[in-house]
Write a protein that binds this ligand. Sequence first.
Ligand SMILES: [Zn+2]
Length: 463
Amino acid sequence: MPSLTVNEARTRATSIAVTSYDVQLDLTRGDQAFHSRTTIEFRSRDHQDSFLDVAPAELHSVRLNKRPVDVTELHDGRLHLRDLADENVVEVDALMAYSHDGEGLHRAVDPEDGQAYVYAMAFLPAPRIFACFDQPDLKAPYRVTVRAPEQCTVLGNGAATQVQPGVWSLAETKPLSTYFVTLVAGPYHSLRAEHDGIPLGLHCRQSLAPHLDKDAEELFSVTAACFDEYHRLFGIRYPFGEYHQAFVPEFNAGAMENPGCVTFSDDLVFKAPATDNLRATRAMVVAHEMAHQWFGDLVTMQWWDDLWLNESFAEYMGYRVTSEVTPFTDVRAEFALSRKAWGMAADQRTSTHPVAGNGARDAKEALTNFDGISYTKGAASLRQLNAYLGDEAFLAGVVDHLHRHSYGNATLTDLVQSWEQASGKGRPRMGRRVAAHRGVGHAGLPHRRCRARGHYAPQRIAH
Ligand SMILES: [Zn+2]
């Protein structure tokens, strides 16, 4: 598939607005592929041609406003849409392949008991799961229906209800970017609780059940404390209904902040007695992903070149909140001594780059230089900015930003404007300042280059 350019994304977002997605997935078609039927309602502002993103194993049929579209016109994951009306409906019927690389709808078989589990990772490969307009600033509500083997539990962004044996209906979501859509299905072991009116769930594969049970109290306790703190700091209720934390197999990153259903690597379900350091890291990942529910999910970057801000903010808040409201009060020392070294090491290389303002022309380019600088140097920069503005103004700016752009998209410039108004201070010219501070790290400490993803990277738990 060609990488979406920023110009293509701007043109498409100017031309169309997506009203809703209705996604029906059938996971009972064998272990190689699943059936995906998507109905998208969208408006055309200018009646200009547009295109849909879809990457199927087989494209069965496409209808646009009840007229068939020639499926042989699908090229490189794009389907041209012509003759658009003010209001449009496109229906796409396809067979999609399960993935085994952690992207798309990943299917894993537990070698311990032979049971199969699937989960969706839509960050960039959303068109491998359902047809869509795959860019962060075309948000829409989702209605998802899933047919799954009867022994499966199904989870997703909206609360899941089994409406008949093996058929699950997920509650309609708030407007979401395509890359947040997830689905978790399998004979998962589940633990449920509630905090402050928010239904909570912890989930893992059956063979890890005793280990999750052992740590469930700690995980629920950290989750509850983080919710209380984010509610206090942001003054906005958690907006996505239920909050599930699914520890999924063969996840190739640390975690992903899908609204309402965060997926984590099940390496974070500890099979052996864990050190305090490992438990603190896990608590920080919980806090990091929860910060994204507001900053990232409720308000989302307009384009991928602000992904660093998404991650740096979650990194900063994750360490801050973990140190202040969980038993792991010294986690910031871990950041200073170890985690930040990841960014420092990246800063020593010829591939070093400014934290912000890297000016990506397409989605892949935006993610090429996405590394420890984007997480930890960015987080350290935000902490410096907090010191410059004062905590009250820093938070007031963030709250203003979250209110102003709820369920929409925003940029670094928007956030800086909120900080300017909240603090009365001039623009900190963040990109240039950060760019000028290169080369201050020291090399040689263990690190792992972050894979280009909009979520917590597994650097810390990889060694
Ligand atoms: Zn993250």
